[in-house]
Design a protein around this ligand. Sequence first.
Ligand code: NAD
Length: 444
Amino acid sequence: MHISVIGTGYVGLVTGACFAEFGVAVTCVDKDAARIERLKKGDVPFYEPGITELVAKGLREGRLHFTTDAAKAVEDALVIFIAVGTPPRPDGSSDLSFVEDVGRAIAKTMTGYKVVVTKSTVPVGTGERLREVIRAHRSGDFRFDIVSNPEFLREGSAIDDFMRPNRVVLGADSEQAVAIMKDLYRPLYLIETPFVVTDIQSAEMIKYASNAFLAVKISFINEIANLCEKVGADVQVVAKGMGLDQRIGSKFLHAGPGFGGSCFPKDLAALVHMGETAGQHMQIAEAAVRVNEEQRERMVKKIEAAAGGLKGKTFAVLGLSFKPNTNDLREAPALDIAKALLKAGAAVRACDPAALEEGCKLVPGLAPAKDAYDAAKGADAVVIMTEWNQFRNLDFDQLKKAMRAPLLIDLRNVYEAARVTGFGFQYVSVGRADKGVVRAKTRA
Ligand code: NAD
């Protein structure tokens, strides 16, 4: 089978490279000519573990092709995946203009039956809208089907998530399209991946409901963490005690600076907007957004309280990307927090294994450092913003020597307090008592 994937971002490229690995002939399309030129040479324009090797293999074995020519890609393919961005508009709704552009391009060039699949996250009703767009722009009465096949991969473990997903969701109103999609995903069928086959609207909703639920879990534990700080409980233990209940589960119960990334903030905003349009107030999603925004402000106050002020202080920021193992900085809490520190008159030295250059462009005034120890030079505090493995085993003697004052503010609860205070550090984390903090009002 020959397929095309339109959009070669995180989702499109991983989808294309993984299907090529399944043995399918794949043409990946992007309107960004520079990106396609790089990809033709096997040069992946973003950081994702394993993707470079998979793209190289697909190219070498002749199953993976890159082009800017959408017409050619449509002509050759039976199944066309749409994996373009669906960014938020100022009112929170999804900007579907890229999806509709692709719909028109498909319509103009199709000369036979096609299965048009939305892999992008799109609001309920988009599948039907896409059907109208294609119908309106077709050059002949060519048959086509629409399938909603939302993607659940996580940046940082995208390939594994695609190759071994918890489930595959297929929304369609055509048996033929479902049969073609199941054929395409046959390698996953063989490893007994559950398939949820439903209508297009329900498939579209599954994606939003899933992301919103995960975001709610994060905001919930952050709110519990804030209460823990006030009443003297330890959120790490609380989360563990909760998570062992199988009805709750331990995932997404990590207190910290709140969620970021290209998906949760925009998908929650889109869900709230979808609710407004449909006359259904999405109160829980709305509260999760509010708690998340406040959490970033709370982190700035936490840093201020621990360091005894911000103006004139120097902070070493460890990690900028919104989570480890990605260079994605979209909506990263570290960026907002660093901006607030700079605005208050602090100096900020940052390091990140994959997102430093881009991060420094996005936050004017941020000074790049080559690693944690370089960042810590003359710092009044080291702040762990993103839990990259590189920051999980810091050499505290070396860190302390570089710093002006030995203070570690661990916004990801990476460390056990005793391990850090044993080196003479003051230790501040999220949802747990400060340790060794002389000026703190709470127990030391
Ligand atoms: P991205 O911004 O990394 O990539 C989108 C790509 O589409 C860009 O390279 C852009 O040039 C290209 N593009 C836009 N319009 C085009 C057109 N008309 N023709 C050809 N190419 C075009 O986006 P992403 O992070 O891969 O996300 C894509 C979609 O998948 C979004 O709807 C997102 O919500 C969803 N999603 C993302 C993730 C994730 O972790 N990133 C996970 C699940 C779902």
